[in-house]
Design a protein around this ligand. Structure first.
Ligand code: PMP
Length: 394
C-alpha cells in the first residue's frame, strides 16, 4: 500500500532552515522560521513558565485524563485574555486544542459540518497552513486582496471590493493582530467597516489570533477581535499560546465559538467536544495548565506580562532601527512601513529573485515571498540587513 503514496511538497521554511545551517558564512542572518528569538538568537523559556511548571510539578497529583474540552480553568482564563468583557462566558463554547493549528483545523471542520457549501475567504497572502488545511479538507478558498506592496500597508479598498463577493453563509478568515506574513494590520475604523460588510452579507467571521501581545499590547492586539465579538451574531476564534507564552512545543491552543444565543452555544460546545473526540480525544494539558497557572496567579501573571512587554518592545526597537537605517541608506521614506508593521513579521514586498540575490550575495535568509522574521535580527545585524537590501536593489 505504501508504494501508492505520493511525495508531499517539502515545507519551504524548513528547507530554508536546512540551507541556513549548511551556509559557512559567519555573518549570515536567519529571518526564516517563525519563532521569537532574543538578541542572542535564543528562544527562551519565559520566567513565569518555569515558575508555573515548578508549581505544577509540586502540586499536581494525577495525570489522569482531563475532559474532552480540556481543563475548564484554562478555557476560562484564555477566553478572558482574548475577549476581556466583550461577551459573557455563557456566550462562548470552547475546547482546548493542540496549538493554534489544532484550533484552526477544528474550526474548518466545524464550518464544514454546519454549512458544507461555505466558501472560506482568506487574505492574499495568508499563513500557508490555512491554505493547505483547507485544501486537504476539500473546502473552497476565495482569496481577498490584502497587502499593497507599493505602500507596504493594507490594500483596504481592494479588500472591501473582494469581500463584496461574499454570499450568506460564507466564512471570512481574519488575522486578529500581527498579520502573518505581512505585518500589515487593520485599524479600528477598518475593523468596523469589515464587520458592517459581514453583517450586511450574512457571512461568518473566523479570527486566527496567534500573536496577542506581540504588536501594540495585550488589550490593544485583541481590540479588533473584541469588537467583532460584540457586533456579530456568530464568531469562531482560533487562539494560540505558542508565541505569547513561548510554549511552542507544548501545543497549546483554544478554539472558541461565540454566539449571542445560549442554545447555539450549547450546540457548538457539543460539536467542538465531538470533534476533539474524533481527532485526538483529549487535548494536550501541560501547556494549557502552564497558561492557566500563570493567568490565575497575580504575581506570575504580572511577571509574564512584563517579560512579554520586553519582547514586544525589543521587536519594535528593531523595526524602528531598520526603518531608520534604510531611510539613511536610500535617502527616502519608502521603507517607513517596516516601522509601522506590527508583530514578528514584515513583508518587504520584493520579488523572489531579489530574495534569492540577498541570500546568495549577503547570506540573508528570508522566505521567498520576502517575509522577514524581525526577531531574527539584533542591533548589530540590522545595519547588515539594511545594506543587503539596498545592495540587492530592492
Ligand atoms: N496562525 C498563524 C497565523 C500562525 O502564524 C501560527 C503560528 N505559526 C498559528 C496560527 C499556530 O501556531 P501553533 O499551532 O504553533 O500554535
Amino acid at each position: 500500500m505504501f508504494e501508492n503514496l505520493k511525495e508531499q511538497p517539502a515545507d519551504k521554511i524548513l528547507a530554508l532552515m536546512g540551507m541556513y545551517k549548511a551556509d559557512p558564512r559567519d555573518d549570515k542572518i536567519d529571518l526564516g522560521v517563525g519563532v521569537y528569538k532574543n538578541a542572542e538568537g535564543v528562544t527562551p523559556v519565559m520566567r513565569a513558565v518555569k515558575a508555573a511548571e515548578q508549581k505544577i510539578w509540586e502540586e499536581q497529583t494525577t495525570k489522569a485524563y482531563t475532559g474532552l474540552a480540556g481543563d475548564p480553568d484554562y478555557a476560562d482564563a484564555l477566553i478572558n485574555l482574548v475577549l476581556g468583557d466583550a461577551v459573557t462566558r455563557d456566550q462562548v463554547a470552547a475546547v482546548a486544542t493542540p496549538g493554534g493549528t489544532g484550533a484552526v483545523r477544528q474550526a474548518f471542520e466545524m464550518i464544514k459540518m454546519g454549512n458544507p457549501e461555505a466558501r472560506v475567504f482568506v487574505s492574499d497572502p495568508t499563513w500557508p497552513n490555512h491554505l493547505s488545511i483547507l485544501k486537504y479538507l476539500g473546502m473552497e478558498v476565495v482569496p481577498y486582496r490584502y497587502f499593497d506592496s507599493e505602500t507596504g500597508g493594507v490594500a483596504f479598498d481592494g479588500m472591501v471590493e473582494d469581500l463584496k463577493g461574499l454570499k450568506a453563509g460564507d466564512v471570512v478568515l481574519l488575522h486578529g493582530c500581527c498579520h502573518n506574513p505581512t505585518g500589515a494590520n487593520l485599524n479600528m475604523t477598518q475593523w468596523r467597516e469589515v464587520v458592517a460588510l459581514l453583517n450586511d452579507k450574512g457571512a461568518l467571521p473566523m479570527i486566527d489570533i496567534a500573536y496577542q501581545g506581540f504588536g501594540d499590547g495585550l488589550d490593544e492586539d485583541a481590540a479588533g477581535t473584541r469588537y467583532v465579538a460584540e457586533n456579530v451574531p456568530e464568531l469562531l476564534i482560533a487562539a494560540s499560546c505558542s508565541k505569547n507564552f513561548g510554549i511552542y512545543r507544548e501545543r497549546t491552543g483554544l478554539l472558541m465559538a461565540v454566539s449571542a444565543d445560549a442554545g447555539k452555544t450549547k450546540l457548538a460546545q457539543g460539536t467542538l467536544a465531538y470533534l476533539n473526540r474524533q481527532n485526538y480525544s483529549f487535548p494536550p494539558d501541560h501547556g494549557a495548565r502552564i497558561v492557566s497557572t500563570i493567568l490565575n496567579d497575580p504575581a506570575l501573571r504580572a511577571d509574564w506580562a512584563g517579560e512579554l512587554e520586553d519582547v514586544r518592545l525589543s521587536m519594535l526597537g528593531l523595526r524602528k532601527q531598520l526603518a531608520d537605517e534604510l531611510q539613511k541608506l536610500s535617502g527616502s521614506d519608502r521603507f517607513a512601513f517596516l516601522g509601522q508593521h506590527r508583530g514578528m513579521f514584515s513583508r518587504l514586498g520584493t520579488t523572489p529573485e531579489l530574495v534569492e540575490k540577498m541570500r546568495a550575495e549577503s547570506g540573508i535568509y528570508m522566505v521567498g515571498d520576502s517575509r522577514m522574521n524581525i526577531a531574527g535580527l539584533n542591533t548589530q545585524t540590522v545595519p547588515i540587513l539594511a545594506k543587503a537590501i539596498i545592495d540587492a536593489g530592492v
